[in-house]
Design a protein around this ligand. Structure first.
Ligand code: GLN
Ligand code: ZN
Length: 773
């Protein structure tokens, strides 16, 4: 082992890597498009790495290993795949002659090729970040196939900054992996633990040789209830860190466990010979003194500052938590609960937010200062007193600031009764809707958005800049809506949409039009790869000061005799894709949004809209990681949707849309939404979902998607016909709808039109078969 260097008293678990102005996104996309070469991309990446390291040192993370080496070209799990050389066989020979995965090979895994699907993407714990799922089988070979982590360390060191290299740990890596297609039934990637450990050992050796004193192995999977039995995981943790700690040459090892409590997995880590253990004591619980006793000489890195949300830390509360820990452990250091990759860079960049709101916030840079303040507190409590008092004063003033509490909203919520959450029996609604809508069997519809052309986006940009008046902008959007309606008429759709051209984003649009929200200018966070989102800030009680979508829906309905769907985003999705206030239960906040949507639905009905869709694509996303916490979540999330929709009349058809296909887990919740029609993703999974629907006995309308809109590929008529035939075999035809998997916003018109046409012809064919049968 290299010479001992204490773990830095203050550090961040990770830092955004997209660059303060999304420089990485721009460089990577330019490289993909062939506009810049590999050298230019490399230069852009190095510039971001160096700027980050320098910035964090400047903010006070100036001890060795305090700056996390968490840069990534695309994704941290893909980085681990690259270093382990775990390239799925279906990609053929991606490693070059000396066994290395080039950056192009790396991007191939991320983005696929003409004939190969990319690695599957899925959500990283309970965040809105998505990682690429490794595919591991009995035949997967592992060898150190990238030196990027080492090179990045060397690069920063050459500029005088010793970083702390980061890699996803072996147990989490395998728990996040899926069995490759050719693996036998029941194969568990975790069974390959012994084979990945030597590669980690080799990597540790290289890092030590490069001069690293600390390395961070990230093990968040240990805070989640996994399908693998807990004792098996415990044994894997014990074995993994026995082997890694025994590496002949290695840096000191920090194991990080963000996103919740370790609970049953704590013992395996305290008993191991690692050198430091990070615990999330912001979201997770502070373990008992007895449980911590096992740490012995190890440093406890206390994640007391929230890395996942944007609120200023309550330094007094954190100090108290640190005091409790200090009594129980030998060496204590301060950090964030999670990587700050989930929050934007710097509050100071925001030019449009009020000074008051800004004072309540802490983005990544502010969190760096918070951890150094708390580390100073540990060394000398008096030195931090002024900062602690300031934070307490600001938090106290936030509680009474205008708009944080609106008594009329609270009174309305307090007065709600069960009746406000319940509609009539479905059979009554079904009959009323049948009479009102007169739809054919297998009605066709789309999910809401039509392609957002560059004309639409540039009109919005020009309107924002003031180059296009509001009237001109509105007229352009109306022209677009007219085109979209005419297209659907021509194609023969039964329930039409207006296409959502006026919406920049399905959540931000509502945030901009409701009280209680603000939107940032530079608050980008990485969603996946080069994709970033700019979540809105939900800081106050939510109300709707005026109708939001009604004029657009009314205009669209005036263009057609067919029913036009009103289109809203549901409360859970609005919460999931925003930064949400931390001063009251999420369920209360969701109900406030629910009430605002309820008013919008009433106004849509009054304007003659007969079908209203409330999208909840993020319902699955906020599901708590611990099973014990899930029922309470499902209860409040479902209730907020019911509150939004239950005011609708019997004859108004309420639709909802969900964006994923693993239904098993939350099918009861979906049922609980009590929507008249639910559209879901199903094309990629070849209609697997109809089995869940069948076994569950789902009784209302359902539209399993028959067109995968995530790629430009056009589904052929025969293919759609097949999918529909499968659907009618398992779900009564009278319940079935025909629609794509999701909105068409990211697609081009060419493929969209052809695909939508095929949907209608296929539907007509299957309708004819139904008549014959
Ligand atoms: N109505 C939205 C759209 O079509 C739904 C998007 C989503 O599910 N993410 O764009
Ligand atoms: Zn969707």
């Amino acid at each position: 082992m290299t010479a001992q260097t204490p773990f830095p008293s203050a550090s961040l678990l990770g830092y955004p890597r997209i660059g303060r102005r999304r420089e990485l996104k721009k460089a990577v996309e330019a490289y993909w498009a062939g506009r810049i070469d590999a050298a230019a991309l490399d230069a852009a990446a190095k510039e971001i790495q160096l700027a980050t390291a320098k910035r964090l040192v400047e903010l006070g993370l100036d001890e060795a290993a305090a700056v996390p080496g968490t840069f990534s070209y695309y994704d941290q799990v893909l980085d681990a795949t690259a270093h382990l050389g775990a390239v799925p066989a279906r990609f053929g020979q991606l490693l070059d002659a000396d066994g290395q995965l080039s950056l192009d090979g790396y991007f191939t895994l991320a983005r696929g090729t003409k004939d190969q699907q990319p690695l599957e993407m899925t959500k990283w714990f309970d965040t809105n970040y998505h990682y690429l799922v490794p595919e591991i089988g009995p035949e997967t070979t592992f060898s150190l196939s990238s030196r990027r982590i080492v090179e990045e360390f060397e690069f920063a060191l050459a500029h005088g900054i010793e970083t702390r290299p980061y890699i996803v740990g072996p147990v989490t890596y395998l728990l996040l992996s899926k069995a490759s297609d050719d693996a036998p039934e029941g194969f568990a990637p975790l069974s390959r633990l012994e084979d990945v450990l030597p590669v980690y050992v080799q990597l540790l050796g290289e890092l030590a040789a490069a001069g690293a004193h600390w390395v961070q192995l990230d093990e968040p999977a240990l805070v989640v209830d996994q399908d693998t039995p807990a004792d098996e995981i415990q044994a894997a943790v014990a074995r993994a860190y026995e082997v890694l700690a025994a590496a002949p040459v290695r840096p000191q090892i920090l194991v990080s466990t963000p996103y919740g409590s370790l609970d049953g997995q704590l013992g395996a880590l305290t008993a191991s010979n690692i050198d430091a253990l990070h615990l999330d004591v912001f979201k997770g619980a502070v373990p008992s003194e007895a449980a911590l006793a096992g740490l012995g000489e190890k440093t406890l890195v206390a994640g007391v500052v929230d890395g996942h949300n944007i609120w200023r830390n309550d330094l007094a509360a954190s100090a108290a938590r640190l005091d409790a820990l200090k009594a129980a452990v030998g060496t204590l250091a301060v950090s964030t609960s999670t990587s700050t990759q989930h929050v934007p860079h710097d509050v100071a960049e925001e030019t449009k937010l009020s000074e008051q709101l800004k004072s309540w916030l802490a983005f990544a840079d502010q969190k760096a200062v918070e951890v150094t303040t708390l580390a100073a507190y540990l060394a000398d409590p008096a030195s931090a007193q002024a900062a602690i008092d300031e934070a307490s004063a600001i938090i106290a003033s936030r509680a009474v600031a205008e708009g944080v509490r609106r008594e009329e909203v609270r009174a309305r919520l307090a007065a709600l009764t069960d009746a406000d959450f319940n509609r009539s029996e479905y059979t009554i609604r079904e009959a009323a809707q049948e009479a009102a809508l007169q739809l054919p069997p297998l009605p066709t519809t789309t999910i809401g958005s039509f392609p957002q052309t560059s004309e639409i986006r540039s009109a919005r940009a020009r309107n924002t800049k003031g180059e296009l008046s509001d009237e001109q902008y509105e007229q352009l959007m109306k022209d677009e809506i007219k085109r979209v309606v005419e297209l659907q008429e021509e194609l023969g759709y039964d329930v039409l949409v207006h296409g959502e051209p006026e919406r920049n984003d399905m959540v931000q649009y509502f945030a901009e039009n409701l009280e209680g929200f603000d939107v940032t200018v530079h608050g980008w966070v990485q969603s996946y790869g080069s994709r970033c989102t700019r979540p809105s800030i939900l800081w106050g009680d939510v109300t709707r000061s005026a109708p939001i979508t009604v004029a657009w829906a009314e205009y669209a309905q005036s263009l057609t005799e067919k029913p036009m769907k009103g289109m809203l985003t549901g409360p859970v999705t609005i919460l999931a894709w925003s930064f949400v206030r931390d001063d009251q239960p999420l369920g209360d906040t969701a109900n406030q949004v629910g009430l605002a949507l309820r008013d919008e639905i009433a106004d849509l009905e009054a304007a003659g809209i007969k079908v209203i869709q409330v999208d909840e694509p993020a319902l699955r996303e906020l599901l708590p990681l611990r099973r014990a916490d899930q029922p309470a979540y499902l209860k409040w999330s479902v209730n907020s949707f019911r509150l939004a929709t239950a005011g609708a009349g019997d004859a108004t058809q309420i639709h909802t849309h969900l964006c994923y296909s693993e239904f098993g887990v939350i099918i009861d919740a979906i049922d609980g939404l009590d929507a008249d029609v639910t559209s879901i993703e199903a094309a990629r999974s070849r209609m697997e979902v109809v089995h869940d629907l069948e076994s569950h006995g789902f009784g209302r309308g359902v539209g399993p998607g028959v067109y995968d809109i995530h790629s430009p590929r056009v589904p052929g008529e025969a293919e759609v016909t097949e999918l529909l035939r499968t659907a009618v075999e398992h779900v009564p035809a009278r319940q079935l709808w025909v629609n794509p998997d999701c909105g068409l916003k990211t697609r081009g018109y060419l493929e969209t039109e052809e695909s939508l046409r095929n949907l209608v012809t296929a539907t007509r064919e299957v309708r004819a078969e139904l008549v014959q049968a």
